[in-house]
Design a protein around this ligand. Structure first.
Ligand SMILES: Cc1cc2nc3c(=O)[nH]c(=O)nc-3n(C[C@H](O)[C@H](O)[C@H](O)COP(=O)(O)OP(=O)(O)OC[C@H]3O[C@@H](n4cnc5c(N)ncnc54)[C@H](O)[C@@H]3O)c2cc1C
Length: 386
């Protein structure tokens, strides 16, 4: 049995959305929290996410909504273009608002920064774990320590998961993805705050203006193997070099530290063992196809802290029972959404673009809403933060 919350120590591995949100909720519940992050410094920027659903409600309970609104990117529509940049279809502004009700589009790093700025817990950068034996951990610098709780919030390729649960639980979804941002005021002016994308069978390239002359780009393509290339920029040039529109400009701006990964989901029978529990992508990655990962990461952090406050005994199982159905439902939704984001044939691309063009009609709008939004209302946390 734990003594009192004030005396308990929690280690959180990973300073992404799940780790920072876990730190936020646990320190407010009286835990002494330490966060370790393997990156040498805070990971700013990154790719744009649409933040909505239960995570939006959790952010409201954390009192962070106005700070998030300040960083909102005014993306007004989604436009499909051809290789000359001509519009093939667009989700109208009205339809987009109806589809993405209450959505905040912002950079992943901005969401993380807003949570971090409201934290007191120390974050030790450039640090990871070498081993974990229940609450006893050895850090990468050779030091060791003992904790009452170890939260693995270290993402889809979680080291904590590997150390505690063994080999990978990844379900590969047949695609590779790259995302990056760069400064280009001219292109930024030309593209504007519209998500514009060029799709050919099994390949999609998209971009949008961010702010202050910056651009963000996303590239997605089908690959039979999850194995990552040694040189991601070269792999992207090889895959997308034949595409027109603004693709050559995007390819010439791929940075050294481009985010590049296989698109996978995490599928685990159990999310906890002893004093160790996983949150966010580490136990329930839904993939970019599902588009709810940040929201579920925030929600999981809140639900975990709530259940720990209700009593340590059985808390992990109660947390898992509340979160897992929503994660599995969203994963299933994500697998169905692959056909929207990366259609396999010219015919399917045409059907999708037709739906975009007709999106002003209420009946089509409702169809799009049904296709784009998994129903995860049931996981809304039961209690209100005081
Ligand atoms: C291109 C793209 C678009 C997306 N769009 C959306 C969207 O529109 N809406 C949405 O809700 N979600 C979206 N997502 C998903 C969302 O970004 C993730 O689900 C969410 O960020 C997961 O947060 P996390 O904290 O669990 O993991 P991560 O963000 O991966 O954070 C894990 C952290 O742990 C650190 N770490 C890793 N290994 C170690 C280690 N061994 N030791 C210490 N630290 C470690 C990492 O450096 C990182 O800081 C998108 C994802 C991608 C890739």
């Amino acid at each position: 049995m734990p003594k009192s919350n004030a005396q308990q120590r929690a280690l959180i591995v990973g300073a992404g959305i799940a780790g920072l949100a876990s730190a936020w909720w646990l320190e407010r519940a009286g835990w002494e929290v330490l966060v370790v992050e393997k990156a040498p410094s805070f990971r700013a920027g990154g790719y744009m996410i649409d933040f909505f659903g239960p995570g939006h409600e959790v952010a409201r309970r954390m009192g962070l909504l106005s700070a998030l609104e300040e960083r909102r990117a005014p993306i007004s529509s989604v436009t499909s273009v051809d290789s000359s940049g001509r519009r093939r279809g667009e989700i109208s502004t009205a339809a987009y608002e109806a589809v993405a009700d209450g959505v905040i589009s912002l950079l992943r790093g901005d969401l993380a920064e807003v949570i971090r700025d409201d934290l007191r817990a120390p974050i030790r950068y450039g640090t990871t774990l070498s081993s974990v034996d229940d609450g006893r951990v050895v850090f990468s610098d050779g030091s060791s320590d003992e904790f009452d709780l170890v939260v693995g919030a270290d993402g889809v390729h979680s080291k904590v998961r590997e150390l505690v649960f063994g080999p990978s639980s990844l379900r590969y979804l047949g695609h590779h993805v790259a995302a990056f941002s760069f400064q280009d005021p001219v292109l930024s002016e030309r593209i504007g705050y519209r998500y514009q994308m060029l799709t050919v069978p099994h390949r999609m390239v998209g971009c949008y203006a961010v702010r202050d002359g910056a651009m963000a780009a996303l590239m997605l393509y089908r690959s039979d193997s999850p194995e990552l290339p040694a040189d991601p920029a070269a792999a992207l040039r090889e895959r997308f070099g034949d595409l027109g529109w603004v693709t050559p400009s995007l390819l010439s701006a791929v940075p050294q530290d481009v985010y590049y990964d296989e698109v996978s989901q995490v599928d685990m029978p159990v999310w906890h063992r002893g004093k160790v529990v996983l949150v966010g992508d580490a136990c329930g990655a839904v993939s970019l196809f599902a588009g709810h990962g940040a929201s579920l990461a925030m929600t999981g952090a809140c639900v975990l802290a709530e259940e720990l406050s209700a009593g340590f005994e059985g808390a992990f199982a109660r947390y898992e029972a509340r979160m897992k159905p929503a994660v599995e439902h969203t994963q299933e939704f994500g697998r169905r959404f692959i056909g929207w984001m990366a259609p396999a044939s010219a015919w399917r691309i045409s059907v999708r673009d037709l739906a975009f063009r007709l999106s002003g009609l209420p009946v089509v709008r409702n169809m799009i809403r049904g296709s784009l939004m998994p129903d995860v209302d049931g996981v809304l946390p039961r209690h209100r933060a005081s």
